[in-house]
Write a new protein. Sequence first.
Length: 280
Amino acid sequence: MEVLVGTSGYSYPDWVGGFYPAGTRPDKMLSYYGRHFPLVELNFTFYRPPTPEMLDKIAARTPPGFQFLVKLPRTVSHERSPKDIDGFRRAVHGLRSRGQLSGLLCQLPQSVHDDRPSRTWVETVGRGLGDLHLAVEFRHRSWAGPETAAWLSELGLGLVAVDVPDLPGLYPRGWVRAGPSAYVRFHSRNKANWYLGDKERYDFHYDDAALNEWIDAASAAAAAGTTERALFLFNNCFRSQAADNARRMMGLMAGRPGLHVEPPPGGTPPAQRSLFDDAP
């Protein structure tokens, strides 16, 4: 199984001095990131639909072979407006032409339950973007169940697995997929902070035991021959926790039978202390 590990976003000021060397400017962050990870998930596109020029400029800062996952705008995923679907498709065309578009993410809010109008909208989005490896992330528990994966597979869409707290109503944590690829997003396991602001929600650091749960699941899927590719994206982006956990997961996966961890295309990452390492 091919495995790619990265983070949800990369341009965070509070990563400077942790993941990024002190003094790193925003326009130098992605080139540095590309020496450590093979892909990144672009989340700023959720807040405003991107333009082709915007994404081309970002891609120009990366080494050949570096991959992008691009999140759909909230006008599509949350507001169910069809007007931005064609424009979004045009915007990501440059990444696809470069061979750098790994897929698209449609994250639905927890307020969206498994009902006929919601399924109809997912099907509409799938018709417009499904050929670009679109995966859907559900937040409400009503979508949990094998019938959802089967339905998405029929549509040619992926299903996002999540690492979240065990809370009533929330889509449960665990390995799921639709089709030959798996897409896992790590958010947090902090129950107390989940319904606070985004900064508090994603302020969480995964320990090795939690990471190994997912590595074991990936190893089992590889052994069963059911999954060809797995993407692991860390969204616990407060400070440098996402980057720290992503690098740690790559290290823990090394040598696991059946798992080929894709190295960063920008070169072997230099040795660097994590801000979570013990001081000497």
